[in-house]
Write a protein that binds this ligand. Structure first.
Ligand SMILES: C[S@@+](CC[C@H](N)C(=O)[O-])C[C@H]1O[C@@H](n2cnc3c(N)ncnc32)[C@H](O)[C@@H]1O
Length: 285
């Protein structure tokens, strides 16, 4: 069968499965990417695709039609200008989080030797973006789960970026020498409330690790609350805490940060909507 026919058939197959898929994207683009993966190179117009590559292609399309997220199938995803490797066991970075990275970079640019910490870092999109934009920065990321951290380290190596990744909960695994010196603490926490997990699209709840989606609390603010409390110990006076959450949590998060003693607290919606970044400054020495 020829390239165009294969792509068209695959587009229709993915489209038919659409009601079970939350991230549909452009089905034709996906089909073309799967064919490129099956062939090991870009498909040429009008070429007859060899049978083994066709079989590989059909298996990839089937995985997509059964709900597997595209980045797991391709083995990579894009975040800002970076191509990041990704596989099962890790949360797929969302385009909305590019705004979180940008908000941190904007603040770090003003510092002579910026020091940034990203908590719940996953495969590291935020700290890798910071290290890429600000080559002189010292950048750390932490995550409670080993699988995404392995992928984060592999990404740092592949991109030649200097980020130190630490395994453990929130601030716990950071070197004590960072206390009171950090310019920005960023976090895109798992914020789905325990009782809402069942309502998530199957593409998320069946594939992405549970600990990357929910903090198992009744309102999804448990981890953010701890971060806001402990953040003062790590931020320098005037340093910023930046938290990305669903827009529906913005008001609760603003209240929580104000109550925890942050100043200049505000909530900003990024260009894509859906989430907000709540920022506040630590003034405690
Ligand atoms: C929503 S994902 C965000 C990942 C990454 N920041 C991104 O935007 O792609 C949340 C991450 O939090 C991690 N996590 C859950 N509980 C944690 C904890 N107590 N301390 C550190 N990381 C945690 C999960 O393993 C997951 O990688």
């Amino acid at each position: 069968m020829k390239v165009e026919q294969l792509i068209e058939d695959a587009r229709k197959t993915i489209l038919r499965a659409k009601e079970n898929l939350s991230w549909t994207g452009d089905e034709r683009d996906q089909a073309r990417q799967f064919l490129e993966l099956a062939l090991g190179r870009a498909p040429r117009a009008n070429e007859e695709v060899p049978a083994p590559a066709q079989r590989r292609f059909h298996r990839l399309v089937e995985r997509r039609a059964s709900g597997e997220p595209v980045p797991y199938i391709l083995g990579w995803t894009e975040f800002r200008d970076l191509r990041l490797k990704i596989g099962p066991g890790a949360f797929v970075p969302r385009a909305t989080s590019e705004f979180l990275a940008e908000q941190a970079i904007r603040r770090l640019r003003r510092r002579a030797r910026p020091l940034a910490v990203d908590l719940a870092t996953g495969i590291g999109p935020i700290p890798l973006s910071i290290a890429h934009a600000l080559p002189g920065a010292e950048v750390h990321g932490t995550d409670i789960s080993a699988a995404p951290l392995r992928q984060a380290r592999a990404n740092a190596r592949a991109l030649g970026l200097n980020v130190q990744f630490h395994l453990g909960s929130l601030f716990d695994p950071l070197p004590a020498s960072l206390r009171g010196r950090v310019d920005t603490v960023t976090i895109h926490p798992p914020y789905v409330a325990a009782h809402e997990v069942d309502e998530l699209p199957s593409e998320l709840k069946n594939y992405e690790p549970a600990e990357s989606l929910t903090d198992k609390s009744k309102d999804g603010t448990y981890l953010a609350r701890i971060v806001a409390e402990q953040g003062h110990d790590w931020l320098r006076p005037g340093g910023w805490l930046l938290i990305e959450v669903g827009s529906y949590l913005a008001r609760a998060m603003k209240r929580l940060m104000t109550k925890a003693g942050y100043t200049d607290v505000k909530s900003t919606e990024g260009p894509l909507g859906y989430t907000r970044v709540i920022v506040g400054r630590s003034t405690q020495a």
